[in-house]
Design a protein around this ligand. Sequence first.
Ligand code: BEZ
Ligand code: FE
Length: 289
Amino acid sequence: MTRNFTEENATEEVLSRYADCPNPRLKEVSEAIVRNLHALIREVEPTTEEWMQALEFLTAVGQKCDDKRQEFILLSDVFGVSTLVDAINNRKPADATESTVLGPFHMVESPAYPNGENVARHGGGAALVVTGTVTDTDGNVLPDAKVDIWQANEDGFYDVQKPGELPDLNLRGLFTTQQDGSFWFRSILPSFYPIPTDGPVGEMVLAAGRHPNRPAHIHFIGMAEGHEPITSHLFVEGDPYIESDVVFGVKESLVRDFDLIDDERRAKEYGVPNPFYHVHNVISLVRNT
Ligand code: BEZ
Ligand code: FE
């Protein structure tokens, strides 16, 4: 306790107010916030105007949020914090599929489809066949596993971003693996796309001279009875933003070749125009302990 709160003793004084905090986790987190926030202020030494600007920025972030837009998650994403929290909470054995951020566009339940369904509900885009297998980390195939997928279209838009223009549930689907653990569906090649730039977070990214783009990807959640679910993406090898994802979601193990196949017979078998793109994905799940 002091009646003389100074630049020198400020951090110790604020920390001392948490000495009797009855909740140990709240104490730990509050003290870490105080220590790190004070360290930030001591390093940056903001002017009063700059600090007001920072508070106004956070106010704008909050005001941009509604039931369809979550600007605070976007803020966490562009600072790499979402990815860091995801990594800390999903430490997995080497053979398991790695996780990455969920993102804001898994907003609706994906329609359940039989294998082979075409999830593209509008014309346009390059034909894509996605094949895959769900296994455990020992390589045993998992029948009756679920694979939920969602992706942007050839222009980089999710259905929910263009209601009325793009069909509802476009490029979304929930598939069930067959007896051999396999699943497959038809789609179109996704494009890279920018995160929303019409809000304070996008404006901040642009003001910093950063680009706002995510490399092309297909989101998936793999789920099987008795196994830990995995939320992840498949990234398209060769994408111009593969090394500079604005939300830091890329992991080497998730990048795949999307091969251009020129083969009339295979195109006919899959029911897609020739030529078409093909990608294969093994989803390896960790057994529940
Ligand atoms: C996405 O991949 O859908 C996404 C992730 C983070 C921020 C914006 C979009
Ligand atoms: Fe996405």
